[in-house]
Design a protein around this ligand. Structure first.
Ligand code: NIG
Ligand code: FE
Length: 445
């Protein structure tokens, strides 16, 4: 079954012409086609104007009139911690009143609060929570999500988290195949479906495509507090071999920062991961400059994420090594930290991506439009730069921009339809969800 969306008021393709990412001034060129049209099955078959679409052979296509609407590539959220249990609303309330993230962490809260909840949670509880967040991300326009482990911090619980990621990945890849019975259907949306759209099947299990990252080195758990080296050895000698053997992750990430893992420890972990065939990421320069960006460049990490404290020196090193700079404005917003210097990064020609960092502590949002609004208002990115950073450059941060991140012939049909006449409204009209419908690999939601 093919779908033709036509008479689209604002069709944004983020055309990259085969390039894996877009940098500098070109980030502002998102290739908007007014009165556009797009034809797709499970991949994109044709993109052009509504006028040109009249000449297509559309024998078996489902035709959808998109007058007054916007169509864009699905967002690629390349940094999340969406598998977790429990709530940190009480800690959040304390932070709203003035307590700092570091104070709460020092009392044994923060990441360790979530670690305790995750260790206690059953697989089904974790899966239900992750599925709820993934489906919510999908309803907010995200069609690809990276999810990390990192709240288990012992071998069995880290593997348990990655197995949840794998269950979700199976759902995202084979949306129509039988699914585990513990996963519930997507609740039907309250907004009415327009008559030009066929009804959504009432039991849809659709979630975004999922990419999995092993983050055993997210924090040192309490039982290893007196012997952090011992914990690093467990990550290297016990966790990583099992992650690789059981095929549980595509990436390995480390929180390389003051009070977490040193550059020396992180290098050992990431080198082992590389040896085992995993691709690399790093949480860098969030709390202090300890050389994490330099390490990311030397080891060939695909992305370095956070970068709140990075200076022009770190950014030039990352740029020259082709490491994607993934910025997470939700974290600076939630923790009242300084924002990363996106303007400097873009003018230096670094590869800039945006992601939610969705997690229960430092950025509890799965909404990319919200993140884009924060990036535009507080980091002075333009709307077009924020779109490029949330689509093709997010895909680059996962090494999959040949598959997704733009609406171009041959790519996955990850397409989102917004109930608004201009892409600008996605940032301008903030705090509300304007997604009307979407397709993941051509499957409607
Ligand atoms: O990406 N920076 C490290 N880790 C997470 C926070 C996780 C948490 O607080 O639960 C982050 O911001
Ligand atoms: Fe993170």
């Amino acid at each position: 079954m093919k779908t033709l969306l036509t008479n689209i008021a604002s069709l944004v393709t983020v055309r990259a012409n085969g390039a894996p990412y877009i940098t500098g001034e070109a980030m502002r060129d998102i290739d908007e086609i007014l009165q556009g049209a797009i034809l797709f099955g499970d991949t994109i078959e044709w993109v052009g104007t509504a006028e040109e679409a009249k000449h297509l052979d559309l024998a078996d296509a489902d035709l959808i009139d998109c007058s007054g609407k916007t169509v864009m590539p699905g967002f690629v959220d390349s940094h999340t911690h969406m598998v977790f249990a429990g709530s940190r609303a009480h800690e959040f309330a304390r932070r709203v009143a003035g307590a700092t993230y570091a104070e709460i962490a020092a009392e044994g809260g923060g990441i360790l609060t979530t670690m305790k909840a995750v260790r206690q949670a059953t697989e089904d509880e974790l899966a239900a929570n992750a599925q709820r967040l993934l489906q919510s991300a999908l309803r907010h326009g995200t069609t690809t999500v990276e999810i990390k482990s990192g709240y288990g911090l012992d071998t069995e619980t880290e593997l348990k988290m990655l197995k949840i990621g794998t269950r979700c990945q199976v759902l995202g890849t084979h949306a129509q195949s039988p699914v585990p019975s513990t996963l519930s259907p997507v609740p039907s949306t309250s907004s009415p479906v327009p008559s030009t759209l066929s009804p959504v099947p009432s039991t849809s299990y659709l979630v975004p495509h999922v990419v999995r990252t092993f983050l055993g080195a997210h924090a040192v758990p309490p039982e290893w507090k007196r012997d952090p080296e011992g914990y690093v050895n467990i990550v290297i000698n016990e966790m990583l071999p099992r992650v690789a053997e059981e095929g549980l992750a595509e990436f390995c990430d480390v929180f390389t920062d003051a009070g977490f893992f040193t550059v020396e420890q992180s290098t050992r972990i990431l080198n082992k991961a590389k040896e085992l065939g995993l691709k690399l990421k790093v949480h860098a320069d969030e709390i202090a400059l300890i050389g994490a960006s330099q390490m990311a460049a030397e080891l060939g990490c695909i992305s370095a994420d956070h970068l709140e404290h990075s200076t022009i020196e770190e950014v030039r090193i990352l740029r020259d090594a082709g490491v994607v700079c993934t910025l997470l404005p939700g974290t600076a917003y939630t923790l009242r930290l300084p924002y990363p210097d996106a303007r400097m990064m873009i003018s230096e020609g670094a590869i800039v991506a945006l992601a939610t960092d969705c997690n229960p502590g430092s950025s509890y949002s799965e909404s990319m439009p919200t993140i884009m609004s924060i990036a535009c208002m507080n980091m002075r990115m333009s709307i077009e730069e924020a779109i490029t950073a949330s689509t093709i450059n997010g895909a680059a941060a996962l090494g999959i921009s040949h598959l997704c991140g733009s609406l171009e012939v041959g790519k996955r049909a990850d397409v989102v339809l917004y109930d608004t006449p201009s892409y600008k409204d996605i940032v301008y009209h903030y705090g509300v969800n304007q997604v009307r419908a979407g397709w993941v690999g051509g499957i409607r939601y």
